[in-house]
Design a protein around this ligand. Structure first.
Ligand code: SAM
Length: 346
């Protein structure tokens, strides 16, 4: 009888190589869709290892394409892999892979930006938020034009515990353009510190894993690629609604090289600007001469809390947008415009 150590781990049977699959199904990469494929299994295995142990895990792979990363996830022992692919040309090749891994691979032809992942996995895998992360991982090598809006959407989902995070603190292992990966992980005072650094780091532990040179992809993209791992925090570092935090952070970073006070002032209507900005800085106890890049996450927490407090005392402040005020002013000043912004009769 086979002992526990002899229980064979799952390996895919011999299959055509990814290069052969691409030829077999005539899967030319679509440049306008930014399709760059990873054919080197050592690299796809390395990406998958960043997710941690996938033995018997549930996994969602986003944008599997010809299926290189998909094979590595299956070989790592995932019990249930759901792949979401937008381009129907890849579906037959993925179905072939699904036959080689019976009961393990579910293929969805869909768009990850609209796919309801909260319905994609069984409820039994759900863990309480404060508990360890659930046995569910998201892994993907997506086009850069998709991965950045997607991570912002998922960060909001983390804050609201919706989408892939109805199951708990689902971990993510994703690729980004190297510069975006650097922004996501940038620490206080670093040159790459930006809006994305704050939004990601107040909600997650963000780890930069490694860089893949552009030449590893076919066709070769213009840029190098960074692999980033996210684990949602049990206790977010800022306890305010996502949209409020986003507004404060966006305003602060709009004048990157100026003192942070300049961006903060723009949170307030012109008439009350100096006065309310001063109240906010005092209440937050943040040095107004610091540059946005020099502010720590606790500084942003204090700013978001102070702004939320001011919003509770000043009706309409939360929805105030200085750009809208500027737009209206501009409209009023235009020759031929009346003071209410409508056209003057000629
Ligand atoms: N993961 C494969 C690899 O590493 O070789 C393919 C990578 S390619 C950069 C990105 C893949 O994501 C393509 O197969 C593309 O069709 C797919 N894709 C692009 N946008 C998508 C979306 N919104 N939803 C699902 N898949 C998408």
């Amino acid at each position: 009888m086979a002992g526990p150590s002899k229980i064979a781990s799952f390996r895919l049977p011999p299959l055509p190589t990814i290069g052969e699959v691409i030829k077999l199904y005539n899967l030319r990469a679509e440049k306008q869709l930014s399709q760059n494929f990873l054919l080197d299994m050592r690299l796809t295995d390395k990406i998958v290892r960043q997710a941690g142990s996938l033995r018997d895990a549930h996994v969602c792979e986003v944008g599997p394409g010809p299926g290189g990363l998909t094979r590595s996830i299956l070989n790592a022992g995932a019990a249930d892999l759901l792949v979401v692919e937008k381009d129907n040309r890849f579906i037959p090749g993925l179905k072939l892979l699904s036959e080689a891994a019976p009961g393990k691979l579910r293929v969805v032809h869909g768009n990850i930006l609209t796919y309801r992942m909260d319905r994609g996995f069984p409820d039994v895998i759900t863990k309480a938020w404060e508990d360890d992360p659930p046995d569910l991982h998201i892994i993907g090598n997506l086009p850069f034009s998709v991965s950045t809006p997607l991570i912002i959407k998922w960060l909001e989902n983390i804050s609201n515990r919706t989408g892939p995070f109805v199951y708990g603190r689902t971990r993510l292992t994703l690729t980004f353009q190297k510069e975006v990966a650097e922004r996501l992980t940038a620490s206080t005072a670093s040159r790459q510190r930006s809006r994305l650094s704050i939004m990601a780091q107040y909600l997650c532990t963000v780890k930069s894993c490694f860089t893949i040179p552009g030449r590893a992809f076919i066709p070769k993209p213009e840029v190098d690629v960074g692999v980033v791992h996210f684990t949602p925090l049990a206790q977010p570092q800022i306890q305010q609604p996502f949209k409020l935090v986003e507004k404060v952070v966006r305003n602060v970073f709009q004048f990157r090289r100026k003192r942070c006070l300049k961006g903060i002032q723009m949170l307030f209507p012109e008439a009350q600007r100096p006065e309310l900005a001063e109240v906010m800085m005092r209440e937050a106890d943040v040095d107004p001469t610091l540059r946005p890049t020099e502010l720590s996450i606790p500084d942003f927490r204090a700013l978001a809390d102070a702004y939320s407090h001011l919003c509770s005392e000043n009706q309409g402040l939360l929805t105030y947008d200085f750009r809208e005020e500027l737009r209206l002013k501009h409209l009023h000043r235009r020759p031929g415009s009346s003071s209410n912004g409508t056209q003057q009769p000629v």
